[in-house]
Write a protein that binds this ligand. Structure first.
Ligand SMILES: Cc1cc2nc3c(=O)[nH]c(=O)nc-3n(C[C@H](O)[C@H](O)[C@H](O)COP(=O)(O)O)c2cc1C
Length: 260
């Protein structure tokens, strides 16, 4: 058996979970290919026996980059078995159900919808301090959740954490309204004069939204607020509302960095 996992991960949490999926499938002698949707030109599903879609959560729904990717996703004629998982800072979200809806319309047999709690990379949205003491437990629980998901899938158990119709409706309302204000919110991201011009933010921005002008990174209007630039900066000089952010994703973001 051979599966494919397509993921989007702004700051490494969803990729971290993808690696754990791979580990547990491999432990069960099942091959799993991990593919970053930012780098995909052509989606290939024919050669695979099952599909996994992994995404982060922005305001209760999937980021638009995932939405756009799913729109181009081919139909499944053989009702390909599918797992949808999302990672978010809270306990639950509508995103897995919303992604599953989109895949079911295309003929996929979504057996599992999973919402995995991970460290909240946007902890500073409400001026909150990150609770780093919690992280070890969050990661252990997340790994356990992935392990159980793999087991359930292999045993052919249908496991859905169904969100109610109302929850999904509200999620879409909240997520779509949030998408409209992202260009405004993203103006909160700036860089200080201590920037070393290493270019990591520029080469790793999923929207190619950063350029160097007069020797300084300039953030344009296509930002999707994934926050990767904040967490990959080696000298931590990318600011949000002028504030220094504790780089809680520093280790995990390495999983999605092109060059270091
Ligand atoms: C713009 C934005 C919006 C977010 N909205 C939510 C949310 O509505 N609910 C939640 O639980 N977490 C939310 N988060 C936290 C992320 O979903 C979470 O940290 C996720 O694991 C990040 O995955 P990644 O590192 O793969 O990008 C948000 C993060 C960002 C950047």
């Amino acid at each position: 058996m051979k599966g494919v996992l397509y993921y989007f991960s702004g700051t490494g949490n969803t990729k971290w979970a993808a690696d754990i999926f791979k580990k547990y499938f491999n432990n069960n002698k099942v091959d799993l290919h991990l593919l970053n949707i930012e780098k995909i030109e052509e989606v290939k599903i024919k050669e695979f026996d099952f599909l996994i879609i992994g995404s982060s959560v922005y305001a209760d729904i999937e980021p638009k980059i995932v939405d756009d990717f799913l729109k181009k996703f081919p139909k499944s004629t053989k009702k390909l078995k599918t797992i949808v998982y999302v990672t978010q800072g809270g306990k639950s979200s509508s995103a897995a159900s919303i992604i599953a809806e989109k895949l079911k319309v295309k003929g996929y047999n979504v057996l599992i919808e999973e919402s995995i709690k991970m460290p909240n990379n946007y902890y500073f949205l409400l001026n909150k301090e990150p609770n780093v003491n919690e992280y070890e437990k969050i990661l252990t629980d997340a790994e356990d959740r992935v392990k159980k998901t793999v087991q359930n899938f292999i045993e052919n158990n249908k496991l859905k954490r169904q969100n109610s119709f109302i929850r999904i409706k509200l999620g879409k309302l909240c997520g779509n309204s949030f998408r409209r204000v992202i260009p405004r919110i993203s103006k909160n991201i700036t860089v200080t004069s201590e920037c070393t011009k290493c270019g990591l933010c520029l080469t790793n921005c999923p929207k190619s939204n950063i350029t160097f002008e007069d020797g300084k990174p300039v953030f344009h209007s296509k930002c999707m607020l994934c926050l990767r630039c904040i967490y990959i900066c080696p000298v931590n000089v990318v600011r949000y509302k002028g504030k220094k952010i504790e780089q809680i994703q520093k280790e995990r973001v390495k999983g999605v960095i092109k060059c270091q």
